[in-house]
Design a protein around this ligand. Structure first.
Ligand SMILES: CC(C)(COP(=O)(O)OP(=O)(O)OC[C@H]1O[C@@H](n2cnc3c(N)ncnc32)[C@H](O)[C@@H]1OP(=O)(O)O)[C@@H](O)C(=O)NCCC(=O)NCCS
Length: 185
């Protein structure tokens, strides 16, 4: 199976507490609510204001995409908890970017993000056939960095003062995981 074929036939992933399924147009209201979470926007460095139409068009294009995998995270009671994404495919290098956002402060710190990340990364390496998954996390987000380290991501460097935040300059920490790396730290 090629990388693009595996991404196009994105499966449902199940973990102990979570179900990860295709993110799509049905999630429009939930995703719009997440975009209104100012803390999450700060932590992810998102400054653009997306209209409902723009988000709807984005979500409509996700099912069947062969260059990315966008999962909606749902909890044991079926509630939407957020999204976790593999994107920016570099096919020849078998590499992708990873990003995640839980849908509100009350959902953080309960291990959901780490649990979802472990499942997506394992699928990316074992089924999609990726060699490398990478991400950047701002230095003012140590909880996210810790979650990524628990999944098995390794710090590989620091881009200095890439983000202007109020009167401060914020570094970005580059992290990656290779298919040969231990899965959990
Ligand atoms: C990042 C995110 C996905 C992590 O998922 P999560 O379910 O909250 O993570 P977990 O609960 O598994 O782990 C968080 C870890 O950070 C630790 N932590 C919390 N605050 C911390 C701090 N200020 N400094 C260091 N570690 C901290 C917790 O103790 C926990 O580690 P532990 O299990 O060893 O105790 C989630 O918090 C989130 O969606 N945040 C908002 C959006 C965001 O930041 N996205 C990532 C952008 S790069």
């Amino acid at each position: 199976m090629t990388i693009r074929h595996a991404l196009r036939s994105q499966p449902v992933l199940r973990t102990e507490r979570l179900t990860l399924s295709q993110l799509g147009p049905d999630h429009l209201d939930l995703v719009m609510a997440g975009l209104a979470d100012e803390d999450a926007m700060r932590l992810t460095g998102t400054r653009t204001t997306f209209t409902r139409e723009q988000v709807g068009a984005h979500l409509a294009a996700l099912p069947g995409a062969d260059d990315r995998a966008d999962f909606a995270i749902t909890g044991p009671d079926g509630a939407y908890l957020g999204e976790v994404v593999l994107n920016e495919l570099e096919e020849d290098d078998r590499s992708m970017n990873y990003r995640i956002a839980l849908a509100g402060p009350s959902l953080r710190g309960r291990g959901f993000g780490t649990e979802a990340g472990r499942a997506v990364v394992a699928w990316g390496f074992d089924v999609v056939g990726l060699h490398r998954v990478s991400l950047e996390v701002y230095a003012f987000n140590p909880a996210a960095q810790r979650s990524y380290e628990k999944i098995g991501f390794v710090v590989e460097g620091r881009a200095r003062e890439v983000l202007r935040h109020g009167d401060q300059w914020i570094d970005a920490v580059a992290m990656s995981m290779l298919d040969s790396d231990p899965r959990s730290a």
